[in-house]
Write a protein that binds this ligand. Structure first.
Ligand SMILES: Cc1cc2nc3c(=O)[nH]c(=O)nc-3n(C[C@H](O)[C@H](O)[C@H](O)COP(=O)(O)OP(=O)(O)OC[C@H]3O[C@@H](n4cnc5c(N)ncnc54)[C@H](O)[C@@H]3O)c2cc1C
Length: 532
């Protein structure tokens, strides 16, 4: 089978690229996805992430290695394994990041990636329901809407944050990110708008687009320094797809570096130790891993929250009926409702922490909510200094690699997270929230704000990922860079990488929107190069 372009992975970025490249009828495009079709209704009902996360039909179910920064704990790292990739199982939260993130990428030497350069691609992708600002897009494929669900406890959190001195922000994706408010969601008419829904499904009948599902790419095919195709496995059969022009690797921040390494591209010593013939030594493959770590203070309260609202089968039935009739109510709930982009120090230029306010609480989201009424004020550091890495466990793509996030390994990261927890407590100490709270469930009143070590230890013992691994095939021109600013792999022809792995530094917020932007931008670069 021969195509002009072969895209590996139909995730947030891959679906965008498949759409944009196949819009030109001169090109034959194949997109190869290890997971199945996005036919489960739970993918499309926003609250369905409770069902799709941790489910091997839709989630790769990775786990990290025991992490010293988490007191030796190993934690779940879900990743979408279905059309739409992680955008089909994510929390729907739409966040572009800060202008300075992309100006920072540009400052590292990545020509074409400043905020001014990438803004048109954010706009091109987006259909923002409120169409409130010239900075927002209104006719793109990706529907973005305000949350349909509001809750008293979230309103109270926002009001209390304002009373604590933070400002309200109507649009954190507009001119300035700073402030508190409700999240914006990748949703349309109360349903999830994944990358597959936005970009792939509407064009799946194009005659020049072939979508392979349940097909796992096992290796890249190299002829000297030219990548000419892929070897994949479908239903126990090995198949070869030839790429006349380019292969685009969009398998995400875990599988993309793994794919390079099993194909002989990566740190030479590591490849040799697994018996892999080194085709190209590239030290940076799998390095520069960054993620957002969330600490999750929980406050018990005297008003109903989702914990108690869904407490009986009867109530659950009413909630399901409400959704069926009007696509409103708790089933439209994204992973969080409220947010705040705040500064831990007044002298900072832009926010360095983000809150996710959830009108529910759980010890572990997969275990279901607590039986008492409570809300969670999750807080994370937006630009962590800690950097981890990914290593192979074997030369076989089917063996999951070792994931070493290396959380909280710098003093600056520890200080910022501890200060974030103190800010969560400070907001909770202001009215109207104060009068709703009956008890701080965690960290708990036995840990005082002055006890830095105890707060940090609680964070190490209980924090978890907010699912944003990035940076493992970073863009740049330094010796650890894997791709150049046109996302071509250094030292090879015919191979680009386009997904969250190319971010040289993690963005200040949730990573789906920037990954879709990367898909939009690389598509233009590929088409420009193909035409010339
Ligand atoms: C549970 C969860 C919640 C999240 N919540 C949010 C949120 O609310 N807001 C937000 O902005 N971000 C969120 N994120 C992060 C965001 O969704 C990701 O950063 C983004 O989707 C990454 O896109 P990607 O294209 O890099 O990879 P993915 O979207 O993960 O796509 C990679 C694709 O490649 C496929 N693949 C992998 N290996 C192979 C192979 N060998 N052969 C063929 N195909 C392969 C995978 O199955 C997958 O479909 C969340 C992520 C998760 C997992």
């Amino acid at each position: 089978m021969e195509f002009d372009f072969v895209i590996i992975g139909a995730g947030s970025a891959g679906c965008v690229i498949a759409n944009r490249l196949s819009a030109d009828p001169r090109f034959n495009v194949a997109i190869v996805e290890a997971g199945g079709r996005d036919s489960s209704p739970w993918i499309h009902i926003p609250v369905g992430y409770f069902k799709t996360m941790g489910n091997p039909k839709t989630d790769w179910c990775y786990k990290t290695e025991p992490d010293p920064g988490l007191n030796g704990r190993s934690i779940a790292w879900p990743r979408g394994r279905v059309l739409g990739g992680s955008s089909s199982i994510n929390g729907l939260l739409y966040v572009r990041g800060q202008a300075r993130d992309f100006d920072g990428w540009r400052q590292l030497g990545n020509v074409g990636w400043s905020w001014e350069d990438v803004l048109p691609y954010f706009k091109r992708s987006e259909r923002w329901e409120l169409n409130s600002s010239p900075l927002r897009g209104s006719d793109g494929p990706l529907s973005v809407s305000p949350t349909r669900l509001k809750r008293h406890v979230v309103d109270a959190w926002i009001e209390s944050a304002v009373n604590a001195g933070y400002r309200h922000n109507e649009d954190y994706n507009g001119a300035d990110q700073e402030g508190v408010g409700y999240f914006q969601l990748t949703s349309r008419d109360g349903r999830r708008c994944s990358s597959a829904v936005a970009y792939l499904n509407p064009v799946k009948h194009r005659p020049n687009l072939k979508i392979f599902t349940n097909t796992s790419v096992e290796q890249l095919v190299l002829e000297n320094r030219q990548v000419t195709g892929v070897v994949a496995r479908k239903g126990g059969q090995s198949i070869r797809l030839k790429a006349r022009r380019e292969v685009i690797l969009s398998s995400g921040a875990i599988a993309s570096p793994q794919m390079l390494m099993v194909s002989g591209i990566g740190p030479a010593d590591e490849l040799k130790s697994h018996g892999i013939t080194v085709r190209l030594g590239l030290e940076g493959v799998g390095k520069n891993l960054q993620d957002h770590l969330q600490a999750r203070p929980v406050f018990k309260c005297n008003v109903p929250t989702i914990n108690t609202e869904i407490g009986s089968i009867f109530r659950q039935g009413l909630i399901a009926a409400q959704y069926a009739i009007s696509r409103t109510g708790p089933m439209t709930m994204a992973a969080s409702l409220g947010t705040g982009f705040l500064k831990t120090r007044a002298d900072l230029e832009t926010p360095d922490i983000q809150f996710h306010i959830q009108p529910f609480s759980a010890d572990n989201p997969a275990d279901g909510p607590h039986t008492f009424s409570a809300f969670t004020a999750s807080v994370l550091q937006l630009r962590p200094e800690s950097v981890g890495h990914i290593k192979l466990k074997s030369s076989d793509m089917r063996d999951y690699p070792a994931l070493h996030p290396n959380y909280l390994s710098t003093r600056g990261d520890c200080d910022t997270l501890v200060e974030g927890i103190r800010i969560a407590r400070n907001i909770a100490a202001h009215d109207p929230l104060k009068s709703l709270i009956t008890e701080e469930h965690t960290p708990g009143d036995n840990i005082s704000n002055d006890d830095y070590d105890a707060l940090l230890d609680w964070a190490r013992q209980t924090s978890t990922t907010i699912y944003h691994p990035t940076g493992t095939c970073k863009m740049g021109s330094d010796p650890m860079a894997v791709v150049d600013p046109r996302l071509k792999v250094h030292g090879l022809n015919g191979l680009r990488i386009a997904d969250a792995s190319i971010m040289p530094a993690i963005t200040s917020g949730n990573t789906n929107a920037p990954t879709i932007m990367i898909g939009e931008k690389v598509s233009d670069m590929i088409l420009e190069d193909a035409k010339s």
